[in-house]
Ligand binder design. Structure first.
Ligand code: ADP
Ligand code: MG
Length: 684
C-alpha cells in the first residue's frame, strides 16, 4: 500500500500495523449466498441483498436539497434507490444495465419500496472469489471513501492480509476458559471475524472476541482494585468517638433506615481497614445520602481529621452548608462554605483557617479543588452527585493530603447494573435501596398545551391546600438566549394566571447573580412563595419537603435521568406528590418512550436501564468523557450476560491467584504488564 493510503488508515482508523488491521472488525457480515427478492419483502427485515439492474438514474430537487434516484428491478418488483450525498461520483460510476448486488435496509415510503444509500457492487466483483460468499462490511469515513478507502477497498486489504497471517497466532485466553465456554481459538476467531464460511462461524468468532474484550476489561479494573486494596495505605480511623455518638444519640433528626445503617457500616469498615477507601454510594433521589455523608464525616472528625464535601452547584453547596450548620452548630463543630461567589477577602480568610486546622468541615463547589486550598489534615472527601464531576477533577482532591484521604462518591443517577460493573469495576460500591418511610410514589402524567387550563386549575387547587409548586424549563446551555426566552415567556404567562397578591412567585435561572438566586430559593424554602419558576439549576439535590407538584415544560427535551432527578424534588414530605410532563403534540418515537417510562415507573434503576436501552451507554450523562467505555465488539446492553460471566470469572481468578503468578495465568500477567493504563492512578 502506498504512503497516502497508509496515512489515511492511520489517521482515520488508527490502523498502523497488521495487528491493528486484523482487529479492525467489520460491523456486519452480509450473507450474499442469500439473495432476496423484492416480491418477498415483508416490510420489516434488517439488511438484505438483492440482485438486479438499475435504470433511470436522475436527480430530484426539492427546496434547497438535491438527491439522486434510480429505479432498480430484480425481475420480481421495483425499488427506488436514493442518495443524498456524493451524487456526482455515484452518477458517474453507476452503469445502467449492469447486474448489481444491492445491499441495505429497504423501507416502505408510502407504497414505494426504497433504499437509502445502498451498498452497491457490480455483481462480478466478489463472484470471482466464490469462497467469500459472506461479505464483510467495514466502517469507513467520508474522507477515507474519497481517497479510495471505502468498505470494499478495506475488504480487499483485509482479504490480502488473510493470506499472510500465520496459521497459529499466540493464544490470549487461558485454555481452561476456552474449554469451559467452548470458545473458538484466537487464530480461527480472528480469521472468521472477517471471512467466515457460515453465519454460525461468524457468531462464534464474535462471541470469542466479545468474551476476550470484556474479560480483559474486567481483569484490568479488578486487578487494579485488588492491588490497591492490598498495597495502598490509608488513614486508620480506629475509633467512633464522641462527635459521632453525641450526634447519633441526641441530634439525629429521624431514625436511620435499614439501608442507611448498612451503608454506614460498610464505610466504617473501610475507614478502619488501613486501606484508602474509594467507594461509590448509589441511592435513588431522596434516599437520604446526605445524612450518611454527615455521619461518616463525624467519624473522620472523631479521628482528628478534617473533611470536605463537594457539590456541583452553589445552590446545592449552600443548602448542604445550611443543613450541616443547623445540625452541628450546637456541638461546636466548625463548618464553613467555600464557593466562587465569595469575596476574595472572605476566601482568603477561610483558606488560612483551613490550613491552620481551625475548620472541621469545608463545604463547597469546584472552588475546593483550586490549588491554593490547603487542608491542615484532610482525611475524608465526600463528592455529591458525582456525574457532574470528571475523574480528573476528583483526582485533584487526592493530592491535598500526604496520606490520600478516604473518598466517598455519591450519585443520585442510578447506574444500570452492567454499566456499574464495567465502569466502576475498580470502585467498591454501596447501594441505598430503600426510601425513608412514608414516601408515596409520585403520580406522573403527560400533558400538552391543549390541557394547560386544566393544569393551572390543578395548580390552584394544590396551592389552596398549602402546597408549593415547581415549574421547570430546560436550559441546555446556560448561555442559550432561546431557552431563557422560553423561561421568561412562561413566567409571564404564569404571572397572569397566578396574580399577586393572592399568589407569590419566585424565579431562578443561571444568569442571575448568586445572591439573588439564593434569596429566591430561600423565600421558596420558607414557604413565602407558592410557585418556583426555574431552569434546571434546581435539578440537583434541592430539598423543599412542602413542594408537591413538579411541572416540567418541554419535557421532551430532557433526558430520562434528568427527568428522574427533577421529579425527585417532590414527594419528599408526607403529602401525595405529582409530576406533570408538558410536551408539544407530535413527539419522536424515543421521546414518547421516555415520557412513557416516566409515567409508568418511579424506580430509578428501572429508569436507568431504560435510558441505557434508548440512548446507548455512550450518551449517558457524564460518561462520554470518562473514556472507559471504548468497547469495540461487546455491547453493554445486548451482552449483559457476558458482562456478568466475565466479571465472575475474573473475580474467581483473582481470588485464586491475586498476583497472576500461576503458570496458566502467564498470558494474563503479560497483558497487565504491557498495558499500563494511566487512568487507574487517577481513580485509585
Ligand atoms: P438524596 O439521597 O437525594 O441526597 P437527601 O439526603 O436530600 O436525599 O434526603 C432526602 C430527604 O429525606 C431529606 O428531607 C432528608 O431530611 C430526609 N431523610 C433522610 N433520611 C431519612 C430517614 N432515615 N427518615 C426520614 N427522612 C429522612
Ligand atoms: Mg442529595
Amino acid at each position: 500500500m502506498g504512503p497516502t493510503k497508509a496515512d489515511i488508515l492511520a489517521k482515520e482508523f488508527d490502523i498502523r500495523t497488521y495487528g491493528d488491521l486484523l482487529h479492525y472488525f467489520p460491523f456486519r457480515i452480509v450473507d450474499r449466498s442469500h439473495v432476496s427478492t423484492i416480491d418477498n419483502f415483508n416490510g420489516d427485515e434488517p439488511y438484505l441483498v438483492f440482485r438486479g439492474r438499475i435504470s433511470d438514474l436522475h436527480t430530484v430537487t426539492s427546496g434547497r436539497s438535491t438527491r439522486l434516484e434510480a429505479s432498480f428491478t430484480d425481475g420480481t418488483g421495483m425499488m427506488v434507490l436514493v442518495w443524498f450525498q456524493g451524487l456526482k461520483w455515484i452518477k458517474e460510476s453507476l452503469k445502467p444495465g449492469t447486474i448489481y448486488n444491492v445491499m441495505g435496509k429497504p423501507t416502505l415510503f408510502g407504497t414505494t419500496l426504497q433504499m437509502v444509500h445502498p451498498d452497491l457492487e457490480a455483481s462480478t466483483l466478489y463472484d470471482e472469489r466464490p469462497t467469500h460468499a459472506f461479505l464483510p462490511v467495514y466502517r469507513t469515513t467520508e474522507k477515507a471513501k474519497n481517497r479510495g478507502l471505502g468498505t470494499k477497498a478495506i475488504a480487499r486489504i483485509t482479504s490480502t492480509l488473510m493470506q499472510h497471517v500465520p496459521q497459529r497466532l499466540p493464544e490470549t485466553l487461558p485454555g481452561a476458559l476456552l474449554q469451559k465456554y467452548h470458545l473458538m481459538d484466537r487464530s480461527t476467531a480472528l480469521r472468521y471475524m472477517h471471512y467466515p464460511n457460515t453465519m454460525q462461524e461468524w457468531q462464534r468468532a464474535l462471541l470469542r472476541e466479545k468474551f476476550e474484550e470484556l474479560f480483559y476489561h474486567q481483569l484490568e479494573y479488578q486487578y487494579s482494585r485488588t492491588a490497591r486494596r492490598r498495597h495502598s495505605v490509608g488513614r486508620v480511623f480506629g475509633i467512633v468517638g464522641s462527635r459521632f455518638s453525641n450526634f447519633y444519640n441526641n441530634y439525629l433528626p429521624f431514625p436511620l433506615t435499614g439501608a442507611q445503617k448498612r451503608v454506614i457500616k460498610e464505610i466504617r469498615a473501610d475507614m478502619r481497614s488501613g486501606r484508602q477507601m474509594n467507594r461509590l454510594l448509589q441511592g435513588d433521589v431522596g434516599s437520604g445520602k446526605t445524612l450518611v455523608a454527615l455521619l461518616t464525616i463525624l467519624i473522620a472528625l472523631d479521628n482528628d481529621c478534617q473533611a470536605c464535601l463537594m457539590a456541583p452547584t452553589e445552590i446545592l453547596a449552600t443548602q448542604h452548608f445550611a443543613n450541616f450548620q443547623k445540625l452541628l452548630a450546637e456541638q461546636g463543630i466548625v463548618v464553613e462554605l467555600l464557593v466562587g461567589s465569595l469575596r476574595a477577602s472572605q476566601k482568603k480568610k477561610i483558606k488560612q483557617r483551613l490550613a491552620a486546622g481551625e475548620i472541621d468541615i469545608l463545604i463547597g463547589t469546584h472552588a475546593l479543588i483550586e490549588p491554593d486550598v490547603q487542608f491542615g489534615r484532610l482525611g475524608y472527601v465526600v463528592i455529591d452527585e458525582q456525574h457532574r464531576f470528571g475523574v480528573e477533577q476528583r483526582s485533584k482532591l487526592w493530592g491535598k493530603s500526604d496520606i490520600p484521604p478516604h473518598i466517598l462518591v455519591m450519585t443520585a443517577t442510578p447506574i444500570p447494573r452492567t454499566l456499574a460493573m464495567t465502569l466502576y469495576a475498580d470502585l467498591d460500591c454501596s447501594i441505598i435501596d430503600e426510601l425513608p418511610p412514608g414516601r408515596q410514589p409520585v403520580i406522573t402524567t403527560h400533558g400538552t398545551d391543549a390541557k394547560r387550563a386544566l393544569l393551572f386549575q390543578f395548580m390552584r387547587k394544590e396551592i389552596a391546600k398549602g402546597r408549593q409548586i415547581y415549574v421547570v424549563y430546560p436550559l441546555i446551555k446556560e448561555s442559550e438566549k432561546m431557552d431563557l426566552k422560553d423561561l421568561m415567556d412562561g413566567y409571564e404567562s404564569i404571572s397572569r394566571s397566578f396574580p399577586q397578591p393572592e399568589y407569590q412567585l419566585s424565579i431562578v435561572h443561571g444568569q442571575m447573580p448568586a445572591d439573588a438566586k439564593a434569596y429566591e430559593m430561600d423565600r421558596f424554602k420558607r414557604g413565602e412563595t407558592n410557585i418556583m419558576v426555574s431552569t434546571t439549576v434546581i435539578e440537583v439535590g434541592v430539598d423543599v419537603p412542602n413542594a408537591t407538584v413538579m411541572v416540567i415544560e418541554n419535557a421532551e427535551r430532557f433526558g430520562l435521568s434528568q427527568l428522574h432527578q427533577l421529579r425527585g424534588r417532590v414527594g419528599r414530605g408526607g403529602g401525595q406528590s405529582y409530576c406533570i410532563l408538558m410536551t408539544k403534540d407530535d413527539l419522536s418515537h424515543t421521546s414518547q418512550q421516555r415520557i412513557q417510562t416516566m409515567c409508568s415507573t418511579t424506580d430509578g434503576f428501572a429508569i436507568a436501564e431504560a435510558d441505557l436501552r434508548l440512548r446507548g451507554p455512550g450518551d449517558l450523562q457524564g460518561l462520554q468523557q470518562s473514556g472507559m467505555l471504548d468497547l469495540r465488539v461487546a455491547d453493554l446492553v445486548d451482552d449483559e450476560p457476558l458482562v456478568c460471566t466475565t466479571r465472575d470469572e475474573v473475580h474467581d481468578l483473582l481470588e485464586r491467584d491475586p498476583d497472576l503468578q500461576l503458570p496458566e495465568n502467564n498470558i494474563l500477567r503479560q497483558h497487565i504488564l504491557n498495558n499500563n493504563h494511566p487512568q487507574w492512578d487517577k481513580i485509585s
